[in-house]
Design a protein around this ligand. Sequence first.
Ligand code: GLN
Length: 481
Amino acid sequence: MINLSIRALSELLQQKQISIQELCGVYHDRCQSFNVNTNALISICAELSAAELLQAQQQLDAGELLAGVPLVHKDLFCTQGIKTTCGSNMLADFKPPYDATAVTQLAAAGMVNLGKANMDEFAMGSSNEHSAFGVVKNPWDSQRVPGGSSGGSAAAVAARMVPVATGTDTGGSIRQPAAFCGITGIKPSYGRVSRHGMVAFASSLDQAGVLAVSADDCGLVLSQMCGHDPLDSTSLKTSTWQWDKPKDSNMQGLRVGVPHAWIDALQDEGIKNKTTEAIEYFKQQGASIIDIELPHADLAVSAYYVLAPAECSSNLSRFDGVRFGHQTNAAENLEALYRKSRSEGFGEEVKKRIMIGAWALSAGYYDAYYLKAQKVRRLISEDFNKAFESVDVIASPVSPELPFKLGEKADGVSMYEADKFTIPASLAGLPCLSMPIGFTAGLPVGLQLIGRYFDEQNILALADKYQLDHDHHMQIPEAFL
Ligand code: GLN
């Protein structure tokens, strides 16, 4: 049962072959037993909420497809009365008084929350090693990282502790952990899903999305999260969207753009071969493969690591021990209260980024760094616009590397460099996903699909068609069968 699609689970529930309590109970048990090995979850709900179960039953009776399907939320989505730590000591005891809009929408459809997923502190990182609640282990190899920052969400789905999890992606935090854990993950277009109730990292880039087994599951859950929210001023009026599952795997007429320079630059032969094979499959199914260029994409990592820290230094200023967050008990005056609360509450990576960001925004350096980075961002966006004049979808690697060993990338910069294929689409606000395309050296490899703005349908449809003929996404690591 643990490998069934959402549609299949829903059918079991509709036909009363299993009750919502039983289904959620199976996954709740798995969360409890497998969290010991993975550390994927920061909190596991002690018991299923009676109110949620009632809502789930009502929705099931009304024929809602997602009703009764369990999930976990990345621990930066506010959940009323449930600890929301953001992976940080700063928020170790924070119990929000309200739910994030995405959480409300999924609960309204009758999805049942089983807990909160581990993550890099304030979503900063690509390995989940920056969590104040311990590292998450990759279910495929416990010596390796699950990716980040939504590493807990990805590991929980890969180990089938839940069929689906929410995540957020600022520069790759859904796609890269999905690739590292052998599952499917989508980051929608910026403005598609409300950011209300998501603890902010870099507001102009943060987007909520879904990690699940298949593209179809991602599409079903994402459809429910979309929609205009007056509580988020960047949520678009036209953001309502409904996933339409294609009927067959025909790709006739589809133009798939491939930045060949990215593939040529891959040093890992295994990743290169898998990527080439997947693209070859699209061709066999009738798609035309078109070589594209994204001339400014090489500058994306540098621009991002100015912009994201700049925004985080501003967003995180609210955590001062008075308005929000951990308060020191060793302060002799107000100045010391701020300083010590922040020093104690934030981890090393977060502090580093706050300092870089504050510096990049300071009067003397603003033009040289922040403004320049904004200009680069625009150029990257224009590269994509140009490419999309002649293609419908772009296919590329997700990560230049396989899941790294725990501790392997202790120096920050080589970890930053590993984001080079995911950051460009984030800077341009485009919808993008990662889907599993096979294994090399026993580790999963992902393929990234990037769509035109608001074209979640085409990237999910392409992934769904691929998954009709392949079963990489159905693989479960042996220890979690
Ligand atoms: N790895 C990137 C970073 O560290 C992206 C994180 C994210 O998307 N939240 O900032």
